[in-house]
Design a protein around this ligand. Structure first.
Ligand code: FE2
Length: 342
């Protein structure tokens, strides 16, 4: 039965994304996805979707490489924040408190077992639209942009992990997030693991990184308003020479409608829409898929794109060759654990 601690996290709060092609990536998020830039500080642009109550959800940072920086998660109350921080400290993964910064109050920094940098906070800055961005209806965060993909809100983040089991156990036992679905491999471990904070079917996901690297990024997903927006987005990406990796199609696991693209900096971005689907049962049992069931592909039968467990950011050495070999159907030899670089 779910306990009150299972509801300590409210939602994914903000993601820092690194890009070696800052202007092109900014064009992707601001002009093609129709996010709004609310601040520019140093090498970073802070961007928001039109239906988000917070100041920003994406911090896009110019860098030598791609990949994900710190991910922020909002706690449901100051007490919930303290509870989770105590658990993280006990697990030995805490870095300590950070002073308030753009958009959020003080936050507690930590890392997951795979080395992804994270932060937890409660205090947040609510977005106040200017005259141009004021919506017609006062129950909406800002004006509907009516251009490009019209990205509505940040939905979830998916990390690659060298050890999905360890990362998943952390989210289940320390963060107290509930499992929604998972893929059990024939060797007994998990190939992918989905977690939810509230009634949305997933907020954090881990997938097996076949390169064996630690701390890489798979994708984050932004929800447009409707499934049809994803079909229209496919045309917009095509027109703008954005690489479409997979979709539009429907996931078997969690049944979201999706498209995956690589933004100009090489990071994988998903547009996902769950329709009306929520998990209302607080004690909904985790749905487990076998390796054979997973191999059947996505909802309507299309096989999962071969680059799904190889393409991640930051790129590994020979990333292009590894992805190309995967697309040719060549079996990727996963390094044994003791062969992997630390
Ligand atoms: Fe996703």
């Amino acid at each position: 039965m779910a306990s009150h601690e299972n509801f300590d996290l409210a939602h994914l709060g903000g993601i820092e994304l690194f890009t070696p092609k800052f202007e092109e990536s900014l064009h992707f998020f601001r002009d093609i996805l129709a996010m709004r830039e609310v601040a520019r500080i140093g090498d970073s642009s802070y961007l928001r979707c039109w239906d988000e109550y917070q100041l920003y959800t994406l911090k896009l940072t110019a860098s030598d490489t791609n990949g994900v920086g710190r991910t922020l998660f909002r706690a449901t109350s100051p007490e919930a924040l303290e509870r989770r921080v105590a658990a993280i400290e006990k697990a030995g993964l805490g870095h300590g408190w950070r002073d308030p910064e753009v958009g959020v109050g003080r936050s507690y920094e930590f890392e997951d077992p795979d080395g992804h940098l994270m932060g937890l906070y409660y205090d947040t800055e609510h977005y106040v639209p200017d005259e141009l961005d004021t919506p017609a209806l006062k129950n909406q965060a800002s004006a509907f942009p009516g251009r490009g993909v019209n990205a509505r809100r940040m939905d979830h983040i998916n990390y690659l992990a060298s050890d999905v089991n360890a990362a998943g156990e952390f989210w289940r036992d320390v963060m107290m997030s509930r499992e929604s679905e998972r893929v059990r491999l024939d060797d007994g471990g998990y190939g992918a693991w989905w977690f939810r904070f509230q009634q949305k079917s997933y907020d954090v996901v881990y997938s097996d990184d076949w390169t064996g690297e630690r701390g890489r990024f798979h994708h984050f997903a932004i929800a447009p308003d409707t499934r049809e927006d994803i079909l229209k987005a496919a045309d917009i990406f095509l027109e703008n020479k954005i690489h479409i990796e997979f979709g539009p199609y429907k996931h078997a696991i969690n049944q979201t409608f999706f498209i995956y693209v690589w933004e100009p900096g090489g990071n994988r971005i998903e547009l996902a829409n769950a329709g009306a689907r929520l998990i209302l049962d607080p004690d909904w049992p985790v749905v487990e898929w076998s390796q054979a069931e997973r191999a059947k592909g996505q909802a309507w039968g299309a096989k999962t794109v071969p680059t799904f467990h190889t393409h991640g950011t930051p790129f590994v050495e020979n990333q292009e060759e590894i992805d190309a070999a995967a697309m040719r159907g060549e079996a990727y030899k996963k390094p044994e654990k003791d062969e992997r670089s630390e």
